[in-house]
Design a protein around this ligand. Structure first.
Ligand SMILES: [Zn+2]
Length: 440
């Protein structure tokens, strides 16, 4: 027994020497431990020659990717009017052999059938922009920079689902689980994630992972869904002439009084809670007492309780603003003010489990591309699956961008292949590869 132990110890010591000698002689990438130790099957998937050829496809087609991104960006996709852009994406996805259809919500869905059709990995990018119809979306190119509203958010994500589908097609890769490449509608603002809601509704029983590509960059991974509410407050009154009816309650005045009260509401820094008075409108002319005033407010919080508290505060402030205005009105004979608060959007919160296979796939893809990314909380299409306990992440699709939601939005594609490779590997890590013929 003792002799065995001594031999065993000696053997372990020799093994250690051997392992460290092998490790130090291997190229840097292979010596990174996470891929091989935590998820050896992923390392095998990533090193597959077909996968390598898919990864290389990006580098040799950067011009095509950039040009198609510009072309898609120049097709307007205002809120609730994404259909023209959807048709263009449909053509691109069909060209790489996917079975493509547009669902009744307006989402473009391209299917890459896996061995296991009962399990689905969804790769999604939103098509809609925040910009109203008529916005100049012409892409200006200066050196390595492309500028246009929507070029990065989400021109980058959108072209990336097409590029990933094409890279897989060119490399003749068959996944284990079916992959659905989706360009979805209604991510921004009052779209209220309706595209993703419909997708999750349709594929609820089969979808195992959702990878959302939104904007540029490779430095983050959204694993926590930021809960938010979009609220509209409306105050109405009798309305009248600025001179002859002076003294009747004025909805705009009431809304201003209510807004000032709401602006004085204290919100905690932790859990981080924010609000924004985003849109205010009403009235008919400068010399009319308006009959209506509207205010749209966006509130967000890391805590559902704080969200609820802030929503209640907004209602109290509206009631108080109307009360203040009514009390100061000299003439209440022509009618009184009415007010209401409507929920325009409700984005539920949620969180990806630390031990989820999808996060393991992303981490392995990060290791493989020698990237490091920080987990983040944000409001994206991933909110919907995360709120229902379905594994989901949102990541940028590479390159650099800025000025999102502004007319000065820009995108620089330098290094974008890394983001595309990282996304492709994450998707394949989640879907798996079909076993090669002749092998088990
Ligand atoms: Zn976006």
């Amino acid at each position: 027994m003792r002799k065995w132990m001594r031999n065993r110890a000696l053997q372990l010591f020799v093994n250690c020497l051997l392992v460290s000698a092998i490790l130090s002689s291997m190229p840097a990438r292979s010596s990174i431990p996470i891929t091989s130790h935590r998820a050896p099957h992923l390392a095998q998937t990533f090193e597959n020659p077909q996968v390598q050829s898919a990864l290389n496809w990006f580098k040799s087609h950067l011009n095509w990717i950039n040009d198609e991104q510009a072309r898609l960006t120049e097709i307007p996709a205002p809120p609730f009017a994404e259909s023209q852009r959807a048709e263009a994406v449909k053509v691109l996805l069909a060209a790489v052999g996917l079975d493509v259809h547009i669902d009744k919500t307006g989402n473009v869905i391209g299917e890459l059938r896996g061995v296991n059709e009962k399990e689905i990995v969804l790769v999604a990018a939103h098509m809609d922009t925040v910009f109203p119809a008529g916005t100049d979306v012409k892409v200006r190119r200066e050196k390595d920079r492309m500028s246009a509203p929507g070029i990065s958010d989400n021109g980058t994500g959108l072209i990336s689902i097409v590029a990933i589908a094409r890279a897989l097609h060119e490399a003749r890769i068959k996944p284990q689980r079916t992959i659905l490449f989706v360009a979805d509608v209604g991510e921004e603002g009052e779209g209220n994630l309706r595209g993703m809601r419909a997708l999750v509704d349709t594929y609820r029983d089969r979808v195992k992972s959702v990878v959302v590509l939104d904007g540029s960059g490779i430095d983050h991974v959204t694993t926590k869904a930021l809960a938010s509410r979009r609220i509209e407050a409306v105050i109405t009154g009798p309305g009248g002439h600025s001179w002859s009816d002076f003294g009747i309650p004025n909805p705009i005045s009431a809304l201003v009084r209510a807004s000032v009260r709401f602006l004085n509401t204290r919100v905690p820094a932790s859990p981080r809670t924010t609000f924004n008075l985003g849109q205010i409108e009403g009235g008919t002319s400068v010399n009319s007492i308006p009959h209506e005033a509207r205010l749209k407010v966006d509130i967000r919080s890391e805590s559902e309780d704080e969200l609820f508290r802030l929503e209640s505060a907004l209602r109290e402030c509206m009631a108080a603003g109307v009360r203040d205005e009514t009390e100061s009105a000299r003439d209440r004979s022509k009618g009184k003010l009415e007010w209401k608060v409507d929920i325009l959007g409700n984005r539920p919160g949620g969180e990806l489990a630390a031990d989820s296979p999808l996060l393991a796939a992303l981490r392995a893809a990060d290791e493989f591309t020698r990237n490091s990314s920080r987990p983040e909380r944000a409001s994206t299409d991933a909110n919907i699956p995360l709120s229902l306990g379905i594994d989901a992440i949102a990541i940028g699709a590479g390159g650099n961008g800025g000025g999102a939601h502004s007319l000065q939005e820009w995108y620089e594609p330098a290094g974008r292949e890394l983001g595309l490779q990282r996304a492709l590997l994450t998707v394949l890590g989640a879907s798996g590869l079909a076993a090669e013929k002749g092998k088990s």
